[in-house]
Design a binder for this molecule. Structure first.
Ligand SMILES: [Zn+2]
Length: 202
């Protein structure tokens, strides 16, 4: 059932997620207990380590992690966030190995201003998400928020742009994914930078 995921594996994943969370919290992107991070530990069956719900994301320990299945239900550990279901959906849909969810001011503001999607072009920083800096317009999709993770997942699946490893959830925040926690972090920082740029331009 747990695909040979040991307590040690989960602890090591928890240590990685705690370090990533502390970094994002230091940027002010995980205020209060908001946001959550995950890393895929098994693809078949899909199992992810997700940060535990209700903790200060600047103070996580390696034990503050939950193992969840492809539906976001806890397999081992404490209580996962309801958003764990969306992490699992993103990992299954995109093949990503890590998912970042943060509540940033720039993502909420830009999602409000451009509910149809936020277009970027002619910005060197687009290279940071694997796109050419020039002559290509890359749209960051914006989807409506929902408390129903199935509905939110359906919206994300429909709106997803293969050129952009991220989606803005209106009035809520940002989901970003990458091959591993390090790439997911780089993509998160780049996407947030692009959003802050658009914010500064207006
Ligand atoms: Zn959230």
């Amino acid at each position: 059932m747990t695909a040979d995921i040991t307590a040690q594996d989960l602890h090591e994943a928890g240590a990685v997620l705690a370090a990533e969370s502390a970094r994002f919290a230091s940027f002010g992107w995980m205020r209060g207990t908001s946001g959550n991070l995950s890393v895929v530990l098994s693809r078949e069956p899909l199992l992810l380590a997700v940060t535990a719900s209700g903790h200060d994301k600047g103070e996580l320990t390696p034990a503050d992690v939950v193992l969840v299945d492809g539906q976001g239900a806890a397999v081992q550990g404490g209580k996962p966030s309801a958003e764990a279901e969306l992490h699992a959906r993103v990992a299954a849909l995109t093949g990503a190995g890590a998912v970042v969810h943060v509540h940033t001011v720039a993502s909420v503001t830009m999602g409000h201003r451009q509910p149809g999607g936020i277009a970027f072009r002619d910005v060197e920083m687009l290279k940071g998400v694997g796109q050419p800096a020039h002559d290509v317009e890359v749209v960051l999709p914006v989807i409506a928020n929902s408390q129903d993770m199935k509905e939110l997942g359906d919206r994300l699946e429909e709106a997803r742009n293969p050129l952009m490893p991220a989606v803005v959830v209106a009035g809520h925040g940002l989901y970003v994914w990458g091959a591993d926690p390090r790439q997911a972090r780089h993509y998160t920082e780049v996407v947030e930078w692009l959003l802050e740029l658009e914010l500064a331009r207006r």
